[in-house]
Design a protein. Structure first.
Length: 264
């Protein structure tokens, strides 16, 4: 998931499994299908999967390009790569590597396309990382990036002040919690052209354990506990409050992700 050193770049096994569970919810499965349709990998293409996480996208890319193509899936977190290796073991043309996206060892123009979902918001050296991406893509190659503006999060609760504390503390997990606001310009400065952007919202209007927001209760709770005065009791109370909103005024969660497509 995460391509360079950050507060969440190195997942332990439990953290990797929590992320994998979120990525398997119908919300995220549907978004992954939209992303793959948008980038349209073709048979025989050379693909770079940046921040591959548990390998769900890597597997889909490998199936799309076939044995005549290739996929290099990279991540910094070894527990994530372990999940991806198991998922892609039947696809020998999908290679996995522990690499930092600010220093890729591949030659210039090595890939026809690249995909990065929820990756660059984790990269402190964003300009350098996008310059590296431009370098390894062939002229005319295409890139698709998905990143979240975490200030777009809307989450119903009985205690709005506590919810705000949790969300503000969660924003500390990445260096760029509002990256989409500057990403178009940063891509252009890195040498990309024809940059297009679309919004891809996540919306949950009832509490269901098999949704993105329900899964993020555990992911976010693990991060915010012990930060900014949020003790285990505070986090447990926040999680219980959110889970019970269906019985109060109604459950509501919304978050905007943004899809950027650019040409090299």
């Amino acid at each position: 998931m995460n391509p360079t050193t950050s507060t969440l770049a190195q997942f332990d096994d439990a953290g990797a499994r929590r992320i994998e569970a979120v990525y398997l919810t119908p919300d995220v499965v549907a978004q992954r299908q939209q992303v793959l349709q948008r980038i349209a990998p073709q048979m025989g293409e050379r693909v770079l999967d940046i921040g591959c996480g548990p390998g769900l996208t890597s597997q889909a890319l490998g199936e799309a390009v076939g044995a005549s193509g290739s996929v290099l899936a990279v991540d910094l977190a070894e527990p994530m790569l372990a999940l991806a290796r198991r998922r892609c073991q039947a696809l020998p043309h999908v290679q996995l590597a522990q690499l930092d996206v600010t220093h890729l060892p591949q030659p210039d123009a090595s890939f026809d396309m690249a995909l990065a979902t929820q990756v660059y918001e984790y990269v402190p050296e964003i300009a350098q990382a996008l310059q590296e991406l431009a370098r390894v893509l062939r002229p005319g190659g295409r890139a698709l990036l998905v990143d979240t503006d975490w200030e777009s999060a809307v989450w119903a609760s009985r205690d709005d002040a506590r919810m705000r504390r949790v969300l503000d503390t969660w924003n500390q997990h990445i260096p760029w919690p509002q990256l989409p606001r500057r990403l178009m310009q940063t891509l252009q400065q890195a040498g990309f052209k024809n940059v297009q952007v679309e919004v891809m919202p996540l919306l949950n209007t009832r509490f269901d354990t098999n949704t993105y927001s329900a899964g993020m209760l555990a992911v976010m709770g693990a991060f915010v506990t012990g930060r900014d005065g949020l003790g285990p009791e505070d986090v447990a109370a926040w999680q219980a409050d959110v889970r019970s909103m269906d019985q109060h005024t109604g459950y509501f969660f919304s978050l905007n992700r943004y899809v950027f497509v650019a040409m090299r």
